[in-house]
Design a protein around this ligand. Structure first.
Ligand SMILES: [Cu+2]
Length: 497
């Protein structure tokens, strides 16, 4: 089925529920309906242990290729205490293992589809050939498998994998399909940062969900949800408000905003400063000390928090989104109760003496500014005829929107013509952020990124080098990473030739 046909059918069905949600698309009209989940179960005030996804190394084959298997499968998970929820996972009931790989080696990943419908798996942030990207052009059906093989060219970083299925990405991720990739290299190894997985180097996948009273996942119940599916239950690694036991020392948290649409503004309950050491694509040039950190969907940040004086104490990692809500949503009716307030995410319990003595060096990485060698391209994010679009065009699988010359270093100017934030994600390459509305980006955005939050009516300029992989036939994608916007056509395609 063509994208346009399936999308029209979807919109026809949901628009019949209520037309009001779409008025807010213009960024002008108000929308009365909030998604506060009034029929959701009452939150249970207790915490459970933080699940740590297994760190898997695959199998090293005789041909020197590190080989992984990821089976997408159904399962049942206690996302919130006392409720059983039907979920999807990779190699388990929900989420997936953390894939450990090293720069310079070759990896092969066989993905098996056992979820009863077509799917893909995209290596978000990974610099790979377009045919290995796992985008909608590499869709495979239930009972089938797809194998990606590529050299790990990325530097040490926290990447992730998730479905990228035409029109179904939001639903498949929401049901549980997502996992982390931990890329390591010798440079990062030598720095002395906390790096003992699950001990002082903790992966955190932050997501929100809405559950029905019977525990089932509620997805796209109202037209308002099409603006971006947000829930009222906050999960870390697939559990609601869990607790993690940590040693009294510096600890690294590798945070992924794995939510479909929710924006977080992270901080600790005592407002203590912490150090941001890495962004989407690798280590920052130097650590940046903050006490709040905004994270849009698909963004990753690695932070180091000093717990050396906290033995016997605990503290909450929270989202203080209410402090910045007016900068995220200018259109009325788009922010819900949780966007306007504070949310407890994860309880850190410091129950042990220091195990390691990790450090945070003053120099972390060398990032040479890219020099453009090609004309700029302009991308406008807006709503055209009731659809989310880029350059006023809804996504069409058969249309190539941009042709980039191999080796080009290009500035992409992204203009948000709307009253809500759109996180813009570029496949193939990591980019540098040049400016936000003409001003220098904040220090936490001075490293490599693959997803950039573009604020309401803001213009962001990024620069990227499109090196290594040319293919005139198989495109890469660029799109909004609010998954309901992506599925509703806020996406385009480019080839590198
Ligand atoms: Cu968007």
């Amino acid at each position: 089925m063509s994208l346009s046909r399936s999308r029209r059918r979807f919109l026809g069905k949901t628009l019949a529920l209520s037309g009001s949600g779409w008025l807010a698309l213009s960024g002008l009209a108000g929308c009365g309906g909030g998604n506060d989940g009034s029929n959701a179960p009452t939150p249970v005030d207790r915490t459970v242990d933080l699940p740590i996804p297994p760190l898997v190394e695959g199998r090293m084959r005789a041909d020197g290729v590190r080989t992984f298997t990821l089976r997408m499968q159904p399962g049942e998970t206690e996302l919130v205490a006392g409720l059983r929820t039907a979920t999807l996972g990779y190699e388990g009931a929900v989420l997936g293992p953390t894939l450990r790989m090293r720069r310079g080696e070759r990896v092969r990943i066989q993905v098996i589809n056992a979820i009863g419908e077509p799917a893909t798996t995209h290596w978000h942030g990974m610099h790979v050939p377009a045919a290995m990207d796992g985008n909608p052009h590499q869709t495979f059906g239930d009972g089938e498998s797809w194998t990606a093989e590529f050299d790990v060219l990325n530097e040490a970083s926290t990447l992730w994998y998730h479905p990228h299925t035409e029109g179904k990405t939001g639903e498949q991720v929401y049901r549980g399909l997502a996992g982390l990739i931990r890329v390591e290299d010798e440079h990062a190894d030598a720095l002395g940062l906390p790096s003992d997985y699950g001990v002082d180097d903790i992966p955190l996948v932050i997501q929100d969900r809405r559950l029905r009273a019977d525990g089932g996942l509620a997805y796209l119940e109202t037209a308002h949800d099409l603006m971006g599916m947000k829930g009222d239950r906050f999960l870390v690694n697939g559990r609601e408000r869990p607790r993690v036991y940590l040693p009294a020392q510096r600890v690294r948290l590798r945070v992924l905003n794995g939510s479909n649409a929710r924006i977080y503004y992270l901080g600790f309950e005592d407002d203590r400063p912490f150090q941001v050491v890495a962004s989407d694509g690798g280590l920052l040039p130097e650590p940046v000390t903050v006490n709040r950190l905004r994270m849009a969907p698909a963004e990753r940040f690695e932070i180091v928090v000093d717990l050396s004086r906290d033995l016997g104490r605990g503290l909450w990692l929270r989202s203080y989104t209410g402090e910045i809500v007016n900068s995220l949503y200018m259109a009325r009716g788009l922010a819900d109760t949780f966007d306007r307030g504070t949310v407890d995410l994860l309880r850190l319990e410091v129950d042990r003496n220091a195990i390691h003595t990790p450090v945070v060096p003053q120099r972390l990485n060398t990032i040479v500014a890219l020099e453009p060698n090609a004309p700029d391209r302009l991308f406008t994010l807006e709503v055209t005829n009731g659809e989310f679009t880029i350059n006023r065009k809804p996504m069409d699988m058969r249309r190539i929107d941009e042709r980039v010359r191999l080796g080009a270093v290009e500035v992409w100017e992204i203009r948000n013509n709307q009253g809500m934030l759109h996180p813009f994600h570029l496949h193939d390459v990591q980019f540098q952020v040049l400016s936000r509305d003409g001003a220098a980006p904040p220090p936490v955005e001075r490293g490599w990124k693959d997803t950039i939050a573009v604020l309401p009516f803001e213009t962001v300029r990024i620069v990227a080098r499109f090196a290594d992989f040319a293919d005139p036939d198989v495109p890469y994608m660029y799109h909004c990473h609010i998954l309901e916007h992506e599925d509703r056509a806020m996406m385009g395609q480019f080839v590198v030739t």
